[in-house]
Design a protein around this ligand. Structure first.
Ligand code: ADP
Ligand code: MG
Length: 453
């Protein structure tokens, strides 16, 4: 092999050049540009991928190209192996010139800890900051605070699993020797049932009772499982008495979980329960910006805002939308534009797709197109172009969003509803007689009307 390519960085550069010959630009930019060569052995080039999704995508779509490119460059002497970035962050690439850090040997973390779920990657907002602070405080001094147990509760996809893994990762990072046990309640149940079957309940109990930190995700699944709850109750007591930290997540305020034994619920009350609420619009925007960056895509702010306005339920859906947009753009060999984003949103939220425009949205758009400021539109000026922009806005509010005459009147400078009726009538007539109004209304409608029909 050429001396040049003994080093992982120069080898990767050659492979990368080769890939550029084999694949279209968008595939290179989306999937290969974010990869980072980590090290090379006699047999393998180790490449870091930014996240699990990229890993699976490249593996299922470009494996052959990658094998070919590496084959040509190394005369088939070297294969490759992917590792998923611990931080899931592309930024890392610029940060570290050499990757020695990564090669440093550390105690392995419990292998079911998801390393991408860290406090750093958890975006804080008013909806979750109490939960995040409590989780951080527990990781600073596990077992040595009054937050024991700590219970994080909230709806689906709001970050409970992310937070509980962040706790595990942080504790492991601070003290690699402390025994962090993290399981879902299903896994706990399954382990218990298996231990019963194999007569190994003692080993089962030990495995959990030796923990320094016990993290149990989704305890609502203990519901109705009496024997498992009994086991859990004992485990809980042993650990709590020994001053070990316990953290749990659940979908509801603990006292409201049906089917959990009273004695467990009353134990839970000795600690702290914190909730996570759904994110509001600003937080959704922040999350999307962050997730786009993590996935190495640049999205126009308008697009981000558009997604955030339509996908409201939870963070998982926001993330899903970003990934889907990425995938679609790559699969169909298309740039990420409004059209593509709309299609994805539409697929994801299906029939509940409704533009949910506000009067403000309408005024903003009319202002952009007519060059009359928003303040003037809602103001008192009788200048002809201002009055017309105002009438167009009123018309659109009435026709597109169906705002009541009264509310339109109030919004546009406290006018009474006969003024609004007059405006709508005037524009109706102008659409027939005046080409510029017709065109203006059509283009505004088109921009406001996100449906693709
Ligand atoms: P839950 O366990 O509450 O159902 P998850 O923790 O699985 O939700 O979160 C769903 C997805 O959303 C995960 O990929 C997680 O990383 C992401 N996520 C949730 N909340 C946040 C947040 N505040 N910041 C960054 N990512 C988040
Ligand atoms: Mg979860």
């Amino acid at each position: 092999m050429d001396n040049n390519i003994n080093n992982h960085v120069s080898l990767w550069n050659l492979v990368y050049e080769k890939l550029k010959e084999l694949l279209p630009g968008h595939a290179i930019n989306t999937w290969f540009e974010p990869l980072v060569p980590i090290t090379i052995t006699d047999e393998e080039l180790v490449i870091e991928v930014p996240n699990q999704f990229s890993y699976e995508w490249i593996d299922s779509h470009y494996q052959k190209n990658l094998v070919d490119a590496i084959g040509v460059v190394t005369e088939n002497q070297i294969s490759y192996r992917f590792i998923v970035s611990a931080k899931g962050q592309k930024k890392q690439k610029e940060e570290s010139e050499s990757y020695k850090k990564v090669e440093k040997v550390v105690e392995p973390a419990p292998n079911n800890l998801n390393k991408t779920y860290t406090f750093k990657s958890f975006i804080k907002g008013a909806n979750n900051e109490f939960a995040k602070s409590a989780a951080q405080s527990v990781s600073e001094s596990p077992g040595k605070n009054s937050f024991n147990p700590l219970i994080i509760y909230g709806g689906v996809g709001l970050g409970k699993t992310h937070l509980i893994h962040s706790i595990g990762n942080k504790i492991h990072e601070k003290n690699p020797r402390s025994k962090v046990v993290i399981v879902t309640s299903e896994k706990f149940t399954l382990d218990f049932v298996n231990s019963l079957r194999k007569n190994r309940t003692i080993e089962f109990a030990q495995q959990y009772r030796n923990a320094d930190v016990l993290l149990i995700d989704d305890i609502q699944f203990f519901r109705g499982k009496e024997q498992t709850q009994e086991q859990f109750f004992h485990t809980f007591n042993v650990l709590q008495q020994a001053g070990k930290q316990i953290v749990m997540t659940t979908d509801k305020y603990p006292a409201e979980i049906k089917g959990l034994q009273e004695r467990l619920l009353s134990r839970f009350q000795s600690g702290l329960s914190v909730d996570i609420q759904p994110p509001n619009l600003e937080i959704r925007i922040a999350i999307l910006l962050e997730k786009a960056e993590q996935n190495g895509i640049r999205l126009d702010y308008n697009i981000i805002e558009f997604i955030a306005k339509h996908i409201k339920k939870n963070v998982r859906d926001l993330e899903g939308a970003i990934i889907r947009i990425l995938a679609k753009s790559s699969l169909m060999n298309k740039e990420i534009d409004f059209q593509l984003v709309k299609e994805v949103i539409r697929e994801r939220i299906g029939s509940s797709f409704s533009p949910e425009l506000s009067i403000e949205d309408v005024v903003k758009k009319v202002s952009e197109i007519s060059n009359v400021s928003e303040i003037e539109i809602v103001g008192k000026s009788r200048k002809m172009e201002v009055a017309e922009a105002r009438q167009v806005s009123m018309y659109l509010c009435r026709k597109i969003i169906g705002t009541s005459l009264n509310n339109i009147g109030v919004f546009f400078g406290g006018r009474d509803h006969s003024t609004v009726i007059h405006a709508v009538k005037t524009i109706d007539e102008k659409i027939i007689n005046k080409k510029h109004i017709k065109e203006q209304i059509e283009s505004i409608k088109q921009e406001l009307d996100f449906s693709l029909a």
